[in-house]
Design a protein around this ligand. Structure first.
Ligand code: CP
Ligand code: NVA
Length: 301
């Protein structure tokens, strides 16, 4: 895997990355192979989990992370991303970037000659999907499950669709009309699902969607950058809340997941977040193990 822009770039390596993550988590892999390696972390948007998991993970693997807010870089003053890519390639061993636009990361990849990792764009969030697949593997032992994504068919949902297709997991997206996932990614996921035998579909009726579900997953209704649509979105997504009633309509041993940050009372209720069926906090912890596995895989010599 030379770079990770889309979950599609990791198709061949998913199982290996998950295995490495489990071994890093259990302590079976103890080595610190990234000594003398430098990771630049560029952020054009806020972050808690992505920043801290990559920063701590890089240290734990023996390397050095550098936090680079785009406001403090010359990118913020108009230096082209191509020049930034060329120069940073000479100082660093890898860049993780959270960008407003997917094209910014594609442009960075085009002009850099070090590995680039997408730490969230408007289109995908592959690093999150790795932590999510790791969590599902830990809870259920396999991917032979029904996964229901409830809410906005946005970046998190898009990467999960590919993750589900590649691991053979059935996935239903329960979203309002007009908030479906990216068309190209959905089509690719359906195509890939034919190979792995999983069923990928969209269902606008959230109650139908959660029948026989093993995993209920949600994300915020108002993503970073969508703030101007906040009022409209709260109205449109009103029915798509994970609460105890909706959870009771899924399988008895169903788990609840959320990429976080969460807005209690909108996409999820507080009681569900802290209930015995919540996998949310393990999922958040798994960002660390999953991100370390990606760094290990890409940078270990
Ligand atoms: N889930 C996630 O990416 O969280 P942050 O925005 O806090 O990094
Ligand atoms: N869809 C959310 C995910 C945050 C991790 C956003 O883009 O803001």
């Amino acid at each position: 895997m030379e770079y990770l822009l889309s979950m599609a770039d990791a198709k061949e390596e998913i199982q290996e990355i998950l295995d490495i993550a489990l071994k890093l988590k259990s302590g079976e892999i103890k080595e610190k192979p990234l000594k003398d390696k430098f990771l630049g972390m560029i952020f054009e948007k806020s972050s808690t989990r992505t920043r801290v998991s990559f920063e701590v993970g890089m240290h734990q693997l023996g390397g050095t992370p550098l936090y680079l807010s785009s406001n403090d870089l010359q990118i913020g003053r108009g230096e082209p991303i191509s020049d930034t890519a060329r120069v940073l390639s000479r100082f660093l061993d890898c860049i993780m970037i959270r960008a407003k636009s997917h094209e910014t990361v594609a442009e960075l990849i085009k002009h850099a000659d070090i590995p680039i990792i997408n730490g969230l764009t408007d289109k995908e969030h592959p690093c999150q999907t790795f932590a999510d697949l790791l969590t599902i593997k830990e809870y259920f032992g396999d991917f032979n499950r029904k996964f229901v994504f409830i809410g906005d068919g946005n970046n998190v949902c898009n990467s999960l669709l590919l993750g589900a297709a590649y691991t053979g997991m059935n996935m239903t997206v329960a979203c309002p009309m007009g908030y479906e996932p990216d068309e190209e990614i959905f089509a690719l996921a359906q195509e890939e699902a034919k190979q792995t035998g999983s069923d990928i579909n969209i269902e606008h009726d959230v109650h139908k969607a959660v029948e026989n579900a093993d995993i209920l997953y949600t994300d915020v209704w108002v993503s970073m950058g969508d703030e101007e649509e906040a009022e409209e979105r709260q109205r449109v997504f009103n029915e798509y809340q994970i609460n105890s009633q909706l959870l009771s309509e899924a399988n008895d041993d169903a788990i609840v997941m959320h990429c976080l940050p969460a807005i209690r009372g909108q996409e999820i209720t507080g009681d569900v977040m802290t209930s015995s069926q919540s996998a949310i906090w393990d999922q958040a912890e798994n960002r660390l193990h999953a991100q370390k596995a990606i760094l290990y895989m890409m940078l270990k010599e």
